[in-house]
Design a protein around this ligand. Structure first.
Ligand code: DX5
Ligand code: ZN
Length: 217
């Protein structure tokens, strides 16, 4: 089980502090939400910020690209120090090429599906995925309510992984709190992204501990 705090809900004026805080508290990945105002109706951060935070943590930077034409930016994110690059299947007609580009840059390749997208849409790239990110909210903003219908897709991905011997981790993102994390874990999720639950709290360390505790019961 891995916890990936999303810095979307961190204090952007104190990113280094907020990243080091969750690293000390036992986080496993730092989840970086990249939005372009086109693929999703919000604008956040780009490769320059990834490069700036790279030296402040030893944790893998899990970059979630919610952008159109992701292929055009894969080299920039790889160069900036991303350890994982997640690309939405809905964002490109060339998901296979995008994943190949990520792997050729020696970065772990993640493929992401929105709540309205079936697992079948990524069936033919599962063998090359290091991670599959199942959105449990419609991407764009932190603090939204968990969409329970997405859990079925986690089960499906877990079953396919076992049947065909795929190696991907299954990550869930959106509306993750201890209860929803447990539901996703029971379905087969390995990595749990949490933004508002961790950062919109007086004590993010406690929130990580509570989440971990819920997932080890
Ligand atoms: C949503 C982002 C998420 C977001 C999760 O578009 O991909 O990573 O930060 O935030 P919470 O945990 O608040 O739902
Ligand atoms: Zn995300």
């Amino acid at each position: 089980m891995k916890i990936a705090p999303s810095i979307l809900s961190a204090d952007f004026a104190n990113l280094a502090r907020d990243i080091q805080l969750v690293e000390k508290a036992g986080a496993d990945y730092i989840h970086v939400d990249v939005m372009d105002g086109h693929f999703v109706p919000n604008i956040t951060i780009g490769p320059a910020v990834v490069a700036a935070i790279r030296p402040v943590t030893k944790l893998p930077l899990d970059c979630h690209l919610m952008i159109e034409k992701p292929e055009n930016y894969i080299p920039d994110f790889a160069k900036a120090g991303a350890d994982i690059i997640n690309v939405h299947v809905e964002a490109t007609p060339h998901i296979h090429r995008a994943l190949q580009m990520i792997k050729n840059a020696n970065v772990k390749a993640g493929v992401t599906i929105n709540p309205g997208t079936p697992v079948a849409a990524i069936q033919h790239v599962l063998q090359m995925a290091d991670l599959v990110l199942v959105m449990t909210v419609n991407p764009g903003f932190g603090g939204q309510a968990f969409i329970p219908e997405a859990v079925e897709k986690v089960k499906e991905l877990k079953a396919l992984k076992e049947e065909f011997g795929y190696h991907y981790e299954i990550e869930v993102d959106g509306g993750i709190v201890p209860d929803t994390a447990k539901i996703c874990q029971a379905a087969g999720a390995d990595v749990f992204v949490a933004g508002s639950y961790i950062y919109n709290a007086p004590d993010p360390e406690d929130r990580i501990a509570t989440l971990k505790e819920a997932l080890t019961q």
